[in-house]
Design a binder for this molecule. Structure first.
Ligand SMILES: [Fe+2]
Length: 194
């Protein structure tokens, strides 16, 4: 594979919460511990929570923050009824990587805590089945934080980047598919060496 990745991974993604105390408790009880809290000028705070492997979830609280705008800045609470569409440049959802062998335990923990959760086997003919099949490329559970921000725990079931994975070519804003071959599908020159 061409090595064109200059970053090492996700450092943090920062969201805005209404109550830092409730947010910290929620994540610590799910096994995502607080590792750093900062005070912000103006009375707010900025938190960092360990998502594993060097990646952090982060929140900011601001005194007098504007209210949530479901369907614009974040997902509607009921995506089955209202859809998952949000505004350009909004934060739609955050997915944390979960080892596949821990998926069922984490799902049980969410249910024990009465946190609403929906699972989907993406790519499967039985997307809502309790177990994934060989066509499932990612197994996901969807839930919300205390402010209704959409989260996902996801277990990748295989390596991606196959021709089939990349077959739907990207559309431009007019809905056309300009001629473009993703880097992973380009033939390397015969003289290329590893
Ligand atoms: Fe996702």
């Amino acid at each position: 594979m061409p090595n064109q990745v200059i970053a090492r991974g996700l450092s943090h993604v920062a969201l805005v919460c209404s109550d830092m105390y409730e947010t910290v408790k929620f994540w610590e009880e799910l096994g995502i511990p607080l590792v750093k809290m900062e005070e912000l000028p103006g009375g707010g705070q900025h938190s960092f929570h360990d998502m594993g492997n060097g990646a952090m979830l982060s929140y900011m609280s601001f005194d007098g923050a504007p209210p949530a705008q479901p369907g614009i800045a974040s997902q509607h609470l009921d995506v089955r009824k209202d859809g998952a569409k949000t505004a350009i440049a909004s934060m739609n959802h955050v997915a944390m990587d979960l080892p596949a062998d821990r998926f069922d335990d984490v799902l049980a923990t969410l249910k024990e805590k009465s946190i609403g959760v929906v699972t989907i086997n993406h790519g499967s003919d039985a997307p809502f089945a309790k177990t994934p099949d060989e066509k499932t490329w990612i197994r996901s559970m969807y839930f919300r934080d205390p402010d209704g921000i959409a989260f996902e725990f996801a277990s990748l079931m295989r390596e991606l980047g196959t021709e089939e994975d990349l077959a739907p070519r990207a559309k431009n804003a007019k809905g056309e598919r300009p001629d473009y071959t993703p880097v992973l599908l380009r033939k390397r020159p015969a003289h290329a060496t590893e």
